[in-house]
Design a protein around this ligand. Structure first.
Ligand code: EPZ
Length: 429
């Protein structure tokens, strides 16, 4: 990747700046969330398996998406954006490298590995490396690709793959990894043999990817935690509308649980948040779920409750940080058990700076509810941890200033505008 590519990409990363919230504030009103970041990213990677034009609709305006678009351009695609629609066409043959500078900026870049393997190419993809929430290995991805006949060498921080001998296989994932399920499903489209994946992740974003692969022409039969996929030699194009972002939606629903709020969050598939809704009702909230909304009304003070994160349909790990912030002012003790990532309590140190009473014991956070938090300068450490600090700011007396907000812009489109719509005193500097 040359200097100008890298500079062009760096321009896409929104400047951090600070996000300020004056609390305490009850929220009132309606918010509509944008398309799903975690559904769009694998679908963008999957467009690499076809030379035909793909139109992807309901694409959110997020840093992570911009970086993936730049990666597609480096891998030979022409990409145009009109509002929330992306038009993706083949421009040139795929050069065989997904560069480290990019993969380190966006872990989800590793999702191009399956698509490049489907093309039966020989190529190099930078190892994504860890991030603050965990080591984030890709052993399950590589074990599955090896089983599909890919020759793999890991050296110098790169995965070197020769997928010329790609074939169908039966693969049981050691853990229902979302990314590994996505990579292996896309790779399976590279052979007309049948591939069966067992113990797959069943997050709604996975089903969305399967629907997209089917729209390109792959034969995909998904039943519970297993899927069988038969590829074809050439694929068509697709015009595909992506689901709304259930994690963004869940974040606003949790924000709607701050004292005395009355919030309606509009998005597709609210049933995907059943595990969250159940917990909010346990805390004393009144929650009404319709076909395309969740309406939450909240008492002055919540009861505490315990949560344990787990793969879908369990309580989503991506909503653990926002929920932990909410429990910091609930009545009683809440025990938060994070079972998916090994280091996803970084927001707790920042919440404690605001007066939260939290004790971390390995993969448990024991939260003793306090009356109020106090506004303070805090730093976003990761995407969902950043969102948890916004919620804490709504619970706090005074002004909270959040720095390192680039983490937040990665996954929340117009978070300032949306919270303003709900009546929060929130601004950027
Ligand atoms: C996806 O990450 C999401 N990212 C994450 O959302 C989400 O938290 C996660 O799934 C779990 O739901 C995108 O979809 C872009 P995993 P992914 O592979 O695919 C271990 C956000 O905030 N593992 O299911 O990386 C891994 O270390 C982000 O939007 C292996 O050990 O998640 C982790 O502990 C954060 N070996 C656990 O599995 C592997 O080969 C879950 O990881 C792969 C994963």
């Amino acid at each position: 990747m040359n200097e100008s590519d890298l500079n062009r990409i760096k321009e896409k990363i929104s400047p951090p700046g600070s996000l300020l919230i004056k609390g305490p504030g009850a929220l009132k009103g309606t918010v509509r969330v944008s398309g799903s970041k975690n559904a769009v990213l694998p679908i963008l990677a999957a467009t690499l398996i076809t030379d035909k034009k793909c139109t992807i609709r309901n694409v959110p305006d997020l840093t992570d998406i911009s970086i993936m678009v730049e990666l597609l351009k480096i891998l030979g695609k022409k990409v145009a954006r009109e509002g929330t629609v992306l038009y993706i066409e083949k421009e040139e043959d795929t050069p065989g490298v997904a560069p480290y500078e990019l993969v380190r900026m966006l872990r989800a870049s590793i999702l191009v590995m399956g698509a490049l393997a489907a093309g039966r190419n020989s190529f190099r993809v930078a190892m994504p490396g860890g991030c603050l929430i965990g080591e984030r290995p890709i052993d399950i991805h590589l074990k599955g690709l090896k089983k599909m006949g890919a020759e793999i060498k890991v050296s110098g921080g790169f995965v070197e793959l020769d997928a010329s001998g790609l074939k169908g296989s039966v693969i049981t994932l050691d853990f229902p990894s979302v990314g590994a399920t996505e990579n292996l499903a896309i790779a399976a489209c590279g052979t007309t043999d049948k591939t069966v994946l067992e113990n797959i992740a069943v997050e709604p974003e996975i089903e969305e990817l399967f629907s997209f692969l089917k729209s390109l022409g792959a034969k995909v039969k998904h039943r519970g935690s297993s899927v069988s996929i038969k590829g074809r030699s050439r694929y068509g194009g697709a015009d595909f509308t992506v689901m709304d972002d259930r994690i963004q939606a869940g974040t606003y629903v949790i924000a709607g649980a701050v004292q005395g709020s009355d919030v309606r969050v509009e998005f597709s598939s609210p049933e995907t948040l059943d595990a969250l809704v159940e917990k909010l009702i346990e805390c004393g909230c009144f929650v009404d779920t319709g076909s395309d909304y969740i309406h939450i009304r909240t008492p002055e003070r919540l009861k505490s409750t315990d949560i344990r994160t787990s793969p879908y349909p369990g309580f989503p790990t991506d909503l653990q940080a926002p929920f932990t912030a909410l429990m910091s002012c609930a009545d009683g003790v809440s025990v938060v058990n994070e079972t998916v990532f090994e280091n996803r309590f970084l927001h707790c140190g920042e919440l404690k700076r605001m007066g939260a009473d939290i004790e971390i014991k390995k993969d448990f956070a024991v939260v003793q509810g306090v009356e109020k938090l106090t506004g303070a300068p805090v730093a976003a450490k990761d995407l969902r941890g950043g969102a948890s600090l916004v919620i804490a700011g709504l619970l706090a007396q005074g002004v909270t200033r959040i720095i390192e907000t680039d983490h937040i812009w990665r996954g929340y489109e117009d978070i300032t505008g949306n919270f303003k719509k709900l009546g929060a005193e929130i601004w950027t500097e």
